[in-house]
Design a protein around this ligand. Structure first.
Ligand code: NDP
Ligand code: 2IT
Length: 453
């Protein structure tokens, strides 16, 4: 590693203790950038990297709310405003009990590079809370969202910071958050994306991340003259991203045999067809049930409960050609990555953010498989958020076909810029290096232009 980069990494670890996910995300990016600094000393002399690892602003606040029994509940709220060099801060909100400062900083850091790759004018941010919506009534979720937004609203705006959904934040939560923003600000603006279609949302936003990850996989396969037709695919998660990845894979002739949630995974050797997917979507989105119920409902399906004592996830040990990790960070460990490669997987397109541990990434690249890292492969969601912002500004909506066509073009462009950057900087075919360098260059050049801010 470039000497100044090693020193910077040491500094990041020392200055941000107890934030392993943030360290992991920064290290992966810095690892790709040594060659860029050698060729472009102007970035080093302007100390661009030192500035990029320091969020422009971190907001952390108390979120008090009352549960259905009238008991006070206290959660912690966050918004990380990471980088606004190329546009307003943009990135999702995550509501999950595991949320902490380090996790949101890793997500905000990734978001800067991802948003740069989309070709749209979007800066990077992320936020959320350790609130757990699971098992809470709609009224409790509403009161939490209202309290969260009562504080967050003073920090965001359609031209400064535009949050969206992530884990635990879907259409229901965005609705409650938007309602409270509108009430306090007395303004109907595009301050959030992922809105309902009747009140400023964009067609295809719900589908965009999952569809985008499959479009990215399609582009990777095309470099070998192949398609998804007849290929067996492993998908993890059963939330927004996973559901629409499965839908698009079915449309492209793939056979999807797995899905999961935090309780465990299912393996359906006969394939999750459109009818079973519709049942699963109703289970998850309407009945808010568990994936184990899929195995109880359909014959011939095996359920593997999560087991922390087992050193690998059985979901990644089935025979297949393609994998779409679409649940959460570090869900593919080194053993899982080895199992995937051993059992025939040669296309990995990440719907989730940083789902593969560093050793797994290394293994994929060493094996020469088609590996699309999250910041490239899952950029379709935020790209369509950018298109939602454009439509809000125009006070006009594009058709489903128009948005889908733009999404496909964005994913194809990201794919091309990753390969181009990788080639130019001496790592042909490496999408990790390519995504990091291409994402970095646009933001770094904007920072140079804008002076020391
Ligand atoms: P959802 O909340 O809709 O679904 C999350 C899914 O992942 C659920 O099946 C959930 O299971 C599972 N999951 C969450 N946390 C864990 C955990 N710690 N261990 C095991 N399983 C877990 O979220 P999304 O589908 O929106 O997000 C999934 C991933 O995609 C995240 O990494 C997110 O950052 C990323 N992403 C999302 C985008 C979007 O537009 N929504 C855009 C780009 C990336 P359970 O129900 O049991 O919690
Ligand atoms: O990780 C992500 O890219 C998201 N959760 C979507 C962000 C957005 O602003 O649409």
């Amino acid at each position: 590693m470039h000497q100044s980069i090693t020193a910077l990494m040491d500094d990041v670890v020392a200055k941000n203790p107890a934030e392993p996910e943030f360290h992991q995300a920064v290290l992966e990016v810095l690892d790709s950038l040594g060659v860029v600094l050698e060729r472009h000393p102007e970035y080093a002399s302007a100390r661009i990297l030192e500035r990029m690892v320091e969020p422009e602003r971190v907001l952390m606040f108390r979120v008090p709310w009352s549960d259905d029994d009238g008991r006070p509940q206290i959660n912690r709220g966050f918004r990380i405003e990471m980088n606004s060099a190329i546009g307003p801060y943009k990135g999702g909100l995550r509501f999950h009990p595991s949320v902490n400062l380090g996790i949101l900083k890793f997500l905000a850091f990734e978001q800067v590079f991802k948003n740069s790759l989309t070709t749209l004018p979007l800066g990077g941010g992320k936020g959320g809370s350790d609130f757990d919506p699971k098992g809470r009534s709609d009224n409790e979720v509403m009161r939490f969202c209202q309290s969260f937004m009562t504080e967050l609203q003073r920090h965001i705006g359609p031209n400064s910071d535009v949050p969206a959904g992530d884990i635990g934040v879907g259409g229901r939560e965005i609705g409650f958050l938007f309602g409270q923003y509108k009430r306090i600000a007395n303004e109907f603006t595009g301050v959030l994306t992922g809105k309902g279609l009747g009140w400023g949302g964009s067609l295809i936003r719900t589908e965009a991340t999952g569809y985008g990850a499959v479009y990215f996989g399609k582009e990777m396969l095309a470099t070998r003259g192949e398609t998804f037709e007849g290929k067996t695919c492993l998908v993890s998660g059963s939330g927004n991203v996973a559901q629409y990845a499965v839908e698009k894979l079915l449309e492209f002739g793939g056979k999807v045999v797995t899905m999961s949630d935090s309780g465990g995974s299912i393996h359906d050797p006969s394939g999750i067809d459109a009818e079973k997917l519709a049942w699963m979507m109703d289970l998850k989105n309407v009945r808010r049930g568990r994936i184990s119920e899929y195995a109880e409902h359909f014959p011939g399906v095996t359920y593997y409960p999560s087991d922390a004592a087992v050193d690998h996830n059985p979901l990644w040990a089935h025979e297949a050609q393609c994998a779409f990790p679409s649940a959460t960070q570090n869900e593919v460990n080194a053993k899982d990555a080895a199992n995937l490669v051993k059992n025939g997987v040669y296309v990995v397109s990440e719907g989730a953010n940083m789902p593969t541990v560093a050793a797994g990434v290394e293994l994929f690249n060493a094996a020469g498989i088609l590996y699309g890292p999250g910041k490239a492969a899952n950029a379709g969601g935020v790209a369509v958020s950018g298109l939602e912002m454009a439509q809000n500004s125009m006070r006009y909506s594009w058709s489903r076909e128009e948005v889908d066509e733009k999404l496909q073009r964005v994913m194809a462009d990201i794919h091309t810029s990753c390969l181009d950057a990788a080639e130019r900087f001496g790592a042909p075919g490496n999408y990790v290096t390519g995504a990091n360098i291409a994402g970095f260059l646009k933001v770094a050049d904007a920072m140079l232009d804008q002076g020391l801010v």
